[in-house]
Design a protein around this ligand. Sequence first.
Ligand SMILES: Nc1nc2c(c(=O)[nH]1)N[C@H]1C(S)=C(S)[C@@H](COP(=O)(O)O)O[C@H]1N2
Ligand SMILES: [Mo]
Length: 170
Amino acid sequence: MTTRRGIISAGFAGFLLLANLSLAPAQDVAARSTAQPVVLTISGPGGGASHDLTMADLEKLPKAEIRTTTPWHNGVQHFEGVSLQALMESLKLSGANAQVTALNRYRTTIPMKDFSEFKPILAYRRNGAPMEVREKGPLFIIYPYDSNTALKHDTYFSRSAWQVRSITVE
Ligand SMILES: Nc1nc2c(c(=O)[nH]1)N[C@H]1C(S)=C(S)[C@@H](COP(=O)(O)O)O[C@H]1N2
Ligand SMILES: [Mo]
């Protein structure tokens, strides 16, 4: 009897397990199709906290704007995004440098001091529209080049990563 009941309950448990397994992937697919993609991962020093952000997460932060010419566009451009200083403060991240990696594997190191000194932004819109990857989007680090002649220099152009995918504070 005990054996028989054991087999029956094992069989039932197996049924539940299978039912659960067959349900789980369907739920995942449903969740994935409605979830927004992660566009930016920000990590803290020493492999600390890592934050996966969607475009909606970025758009919830206070908007920062820069109107400037750049080496990559014709005429004055209107960029909207988030202040890198505010972004780091909202995640309580501080350190000497921000290591930026782009979708095309381009890497650049930005002294965090730049964020307070020059107020560059992580731009997510140019002239009112989201930037496609082929237009150096979706995230492009923009300094207010026109507001300070010191910024019209390769030092800052090289920190102006486009197609930004991750930032690590070190
Ligand atoms: N994603 C990405 N951003 C980047 C680069 C790059 O290759 N990929 N080059 C950087 C460097 S070193 C500079 S000087 C400028 C160069 O822009 P240019 O290639 O249009 O001259 O963009 C910067 N941002
Ligand atoms: Mo460069």
